[in-house]
Design a protein around this ligand. Structure first.
Ligand code: AMP
Ligand code: MG
Length: 310
């Protein structure tokens, strides 16, 4: 992707003066601000209507920058070498002298950190003197944004600038792994957990539906398109949109599909944009046909289950 330097310059200028802007990442678009600035972090919560107790993921260029804010161990370095930059977020111990805003961490002594892969955002991060706090660029509890147009649908002119980066290539939020003790997955995401297990050579606990909610991405209602979603449906109701993993031979105007041939990575990429499209067509509800629970299908199903809790 060709990088527009004038856009990067503008983004840098706005972030330096404490503004929030939208940035492209390979997972979903982020609503970014200076993670060291209380003012910028407060603005992020306000724009997203995000509850204050839901801490933000902090985005770094590399581990040199991260070392100022966090302690990290060998497991982290192993995962970092293999998967970063990429769709994985680590929960680490925060250093006592870190300057990360307490608004971003909700005064926790842990930090969620990530190294996004998108070349435009990497270029920007390299030029900044601070990491970026960036939750997904959507209104809280709603479907994430995977294009600059999606961001504009949600925020209109409430945010000063959307840094263009095309459509997000993964299309699902990052996989969150807590590395403080035994590695534990807190949120399924764009990196398949079996790949993590293979690298660490052990079974990793997935705790994405705990009784006590530790991370709000685990909460039941999330990723909602704003209309009811019904899962594993063989027979649809009148006026319902019908969502399939792959394109049907015999299709109808109310049939939507996530991929041409049933490829789960392609389906992940198209999930949020398709949910947004269906809502725009004014369907009353969405019936979803069975989606296999393997690879990124697990994350797709996780998001659809939460979306169905309207
Ligand atoms: P998003 O809004 O998609 O960026 O989601 C960020 C997710 O990371 C949310 O589920 C947060 O609750 C979670 N998160 C951020 N910081 C922490 C932390 N220190 N410990 C656990 N989860 C965190
Ligand atoms: Mg989010």
């Amino acid at each position: 992707m060709k990088i527009n330097l004038a856009n990067i310059k503008k983004a840098k200028m706005l972030l330096n003066k404490g503004d929030c802007i939208a940035i492209p990442t390979e997972t979903v678009y982020g609503l970014a601000g200076n993670a060291y600035s209380e003012h910028a972090c407060k603005k992020i919560y306000k724009l997203k209507k995000r509850p204050n107790n839901n801490p933000l993921i902090i985005h770094y260029y590399d581990t040199k920058e991260l070392a100022k804010d966090c302690h990290f161990n060998d497991t982290f370095l192993k995962l970092y070498k293999k998967f970063c930059p990429g769709p994985i977020t680590f929960i680490l111990d925060l250093k006592k002298d870190s300057q990360i805003s307490k608004i971003a961490t909700n005064k926790k002594n842990t930090l969620a950190v990530r190294f996004p892969k998108h070349p435009v955002t990497r270029h920007l991060l390299k030029k900044l003197k601070f990491p970026l706090a960036a939750p997904s660029a959507n209104i809280s509890t709603k479907v994430s944004a995977v294009s600059s147009a999606n961001v504009k649908e949600d925020f209109g002119n409430k945010i000063s600038f959307v840094l263009e980066g095309g459509k997000s290539t993964i299309g699902l939020e990052s996989t969150i792994i807590d590395l403080r003790n035994n590695p534990k997955i807190l949120r399924l995401g764009g990196l398949d957990v079996t790949k993590i297990q293979k690298l660490l050579n052990k079974k990793i606990i997935v705790k994405n539906n705990p009784k006590k909610i530790f991370t709000p991405g685990q909460s039941k209602l999330h990723y909602s398109p704003g209309i009811p979603v019904r899962l594993n449906i063989k027979k649809i109701r009148k006026d319902e949109a019908y969502l399939f993993l792959k394109k049907m031979k015999k299709t109808k105007p109310n049939y939507f599909f996530l991929s041409k041939n049933g490829n789960l990575d392609e389906a992940a990429k198209n999930l949020y944009s398709t949910l947004r499209k269906i809502k725009k067509f004014k369907y009353k509800s969405i019936a979803v046909h069975k989606i296999p629970n393997k690879g990124l299908g697990k994350t797709i199903n996780d998001r659809l289950v939460r979306a169905s809790k309207l």
